[in-house]
Design a protein around this ligand. Structure first.
Ligand SMILES: *[C@@H]1O[C@H](CO)[C@@H](O)[C@H](O)[C@H]1NC(C)=O
Ligand SMILES: *[C@@H]1O[C@H](CO)[C@@H](O)[C@H](O)[C@H]1NC(C)=O
Ligand SMILES: *[C@@H]1O[C@H](CO)[C@@H](O)[C@H](O)[C@H]1NC(C)=O
Ligand SMILES: *[C@@H]1O[C@H](CO)[C@@H](O)[C@H](O)[C@H]1NC(C)=O
Ligand SMILES: *[C@@H]1O[C@H](CO)[C@@H](O)[C@H](O)[C@H]1NC(C)=O
Ligand SMILES: *[C@@H]1O[C@H](CO)[C@@H](O)[C@H](O)[C@H]1NC(C)=O
Length: 408
C-alpha cells in the first residue's frame, strides 16, 4: 500500500517536472497589417519591435542596419548563396579593406523591384518559444545572415518597417536560419495567419502545432488543415500549388484545359493584395460570379475592381448567405473554399467589390493568390513534406488570426 502510494507520487512528480521542463519546439512572432495608399502589406515583428515585410520570394532577409557590423567573410557558404541571387541590374563585387574581404549582395525591394548593392552582416535576433498557446521564453539567435541595404531601398515600404523578411525556399530564409541554429527542435515548417485588420496582431509559427489562436478557446487550428502538394519552380524561390479549376457555387468555370497549371502557374504571394487572374480567366470568373450573385444589387465599379455590389442587399447575417462560394479545385482532389469574408472587400458604406483583379493578357502566372484571400486563414508551409496546409476561413470556427496571446 505504502509502496504503491510512493510510486504514484514519484510518477506524479516526474510528470509535473517533465511538463515544467518540456522543451518547446515551436517559435512564434507577431504579424502586423500595414494599410497604404496603394497596397496592403504584412510584416513579421522580430527583436520585440523591428518590423520586416513578409516576402515569400526573397532569397535572404535585408534591413537598414546600424553600423558598424560584424563582417561576413567572402569565402563563407552564406556569401556564396546570397551572391548567386544578384540580379543583372545590380552588379556588385565583394570589397577589400585592410586585407579583409567584405561580402556584398544585392537585395530587391518587392514593391518597386529596384535593387541596391549592399554589404552583408550577421545580426542577433530574439524570438519566443511557444507551447502553441502563449509565449514561454525567449531564444537569442546570434549570427543570422542579413543584408544591410541603403535607406533608399525602403522606398514605398511602410514607414515603420526596417526591411524585408525572407520566407522562401532559400537556405538563407528565416525558417532555414532558425532550424539550422536550433537543430532538430524545430521542424521545417512555418505557418502564417494574416490579420484582417491593422488593429489586430496576426501570428507566424515556426515549427509544428498545436496552434491555439485564441487563448479563450481550445480550438487548435493545426487540426483543421487540409493539405495539397507544395511545388517549386526552377526560376523562383516562391511557392506554387496545382490548381485544376475554380468553381462558383459548385459550378465549374469553363477554362481551357490546362489553363491554370501549365508550368507551375499558380503562385502564393504575401505582396499582391488581391488574387490576380490572367485576363482570359478573369473575364470568365467575373461573368460567372455575376451570374451566381443574381440576388444581389450591382452598383458602379470602384477601381481596381470590376464587379461591385450594394452590400446592404447581401443578407444581414455574418456569413452573408447570398454571396457565391468560390472553390479552388486542387490537383490532389481537395478544394480550398473562399467565403464572402475573403472574396468581397468593403470599399465604402454599402459598397463591396469582388476582390480579385485582372493580371493582364501576358501575366507570367495564370493565378497569383493574394493576401485578401488568405487573411484570417491559417496557411502552413511544410518544407519537410513539400505540402501546403490550409484552413480556409477561421471565422466560422469563431476565431480570427488576431487573437493569439502575445501578452505573457
Ligand atoms: C567587378 O570586378 C570585375 C573584375 O575586376 C570588373 O571588371 C567589374 O567592373 C567589377 N564590377 C563592379 C560592379 O564593380
Ligand atoms: C501609388 O501609385 C501611384 C500610381 O501607380 C504612384 O504614382 C504613387 O507613387 C504610389 N504611391 C506610393 C506611396 O507608392
Ligand atoms: C513550359 O515550359 C517549357 C520549358 O521551360 C517551355 O518549353 C514551354 O513553352 C512552356 N509552356 C508554356 C505554355 O509556357
Ligand atoms: C443600397 O441599398 C440600400 C437599401 O436598398 C439603399 O438605401 C442604398 O441607397 C443603396 N446604396 C447604394 C450605394 O446603392
Ligand atoms: C496537377 O494535378 C492534375 C490532376 O491530378 C495532374 O494531372 C497534373 O499532372 C498535376 N500537375 C502537376 C504539375 O503536378
Ligand atoms: C470549423 O469550422 C468548419 C466550418 O464551419 C467546421 O466544418 C469544422 O467542424 C469546425 N472545426 C472545429 C474544430 O470547430
Amino acid at each position: 500500500m505504502k509502496m504503491s502510494t510512493l510510486l504514484l507520487s514519484l510518477i506524479l512528480a516526474w510528470t509535473l517536472s517533465s511538463q515544467v521542463f518540456a522543451q518547446p519546439h515551436t517559435l512564434v512572432a507577431p504579424i502586423l497589417q500595414h494599410v497604404g495608399t496603394n497596397t496592403t502589406l504584412y510584416s513579421i515583428t522580430l527583436n520585440g519591435g523591428e518590423h520586416y515585410i513578409i516576402d515569400l520570394d526573397a532569397p535572404f532577409t535585408w534591413c537598414q542596419c546600424q553600423s558598424p557590423q560584424p563582417v561576413v567573410g567572402c569565402n563563407s557558404g552564406a556569401c556564396a548563396v546570397a551572391r548567386s541571387y544578384i540580379p543583372p541590374s545590380c552588379p556588385v563585387n565583394n570589397t577589400f579593406t585592410d586585407s579583409q574581404c567584405y561580402c556584398n549582395d544585392a537585395p530587391v525591394n518587392p514593391i518597386t523591384k529596384s535593387c541596391a548593392p549592399s554589404q552583408s552582416t550577421y545580426k542577433d535576433i530574439v524570438l519566443y518559444w511557444t507551447d502553441g498557446r502563449s509565449m514561454v521564453g525567449a531564444v537569442d539567435f546570434n549570427r543570422l545572415y542579413v543584408s544591410c541595404a541603403p535607406p533608399s531601398l525602403l522606398q514605398s515600404l511602410p514607414e515603420e518597417v526596417i526591411g524585408v523578411g525572407a520566407l522562401s525556399w532559400s537556405s538563407l530564409a528565416l525558417l532555414s536560419e532558425f532550424t539550422d541554429l536550433v537543430g532538430q527542435l524545430v521542424t521545417k515548417k512555418f505557418a502564417l495567419c494574416l490579420p484582417g485588420s491593422s488593429e489586430a496582431r496576426g501570428v507566424t509559427f515556426f515549427g509544428d502545432g498545436p496552434y491555439y489562436l485564441d487563448p479563450s478557446t481550445d480550438f487548435d487550428a493545426a487540426k483543421v488543415l487540409t493539405y495539397t502538394p507544395l511545388q517549386r519552380d526552377p526560376t523562383s524561390l516562391g511557392y506554387f500549388i496545382n490548381l485544376t479549376g475554380i468553381s462558383i457555387n459548385g459550378k465549374a468555370m469553363n477554362v481551357p484545359q490546362n489553363g491554370f497549371n501549365v508550368n507551375q502557374s499558380v503562385k502564393l504571394s504575401t505582396i499582391v493584395p488581391y488574387t490576380k487572374l490572367k485576363s482570359n480567366i478573369y473575364k470568365t470568373f467575373i461573368r460567372d460570379f455575376k451570374k451566381a450573385a443574381k440576388g444581389i444589387v450591382q452598383v458602379a465599379n470602384v477601381d481596381p475592381f470590376h464587379l461591385c455590389f450594394n452590400t446592404s442587399t447581401m443578407g444581414s447575417s455574418i456569413d452573408r448567405l447570398l454571396i457565391p462560394q468560390v472553390d479552388l479545385m486542387l490537383g490532389n482532389g481537395e478544394k480550398w473554399t473562399i467565403y464572402g469574408s475573403n472574396s468581397i472587400k468593403q470599399v465604402n458604406d454599402n459598397v463591396g467589390c469582388l476582390a480579385f483583379i485582372d493580371g493582364g493578357e501576358t501575366a507570367e502566372q495564370a493565378v497569383v493568390i493574394g493576401t485578401y484571400q488568405i487573411e484570417d486563414n491559417l496557411l502552413q508551409f511544410d518544407l519537410d513534406q513539400s505540402r501546403l496546409g490550409f484552413s480556409s476561413s477561421l471565422l466560422p470556427n469563431g476565431t480570427t488570426c488576431g487573437s493569439f496571446n502575445f501578452a505573457d
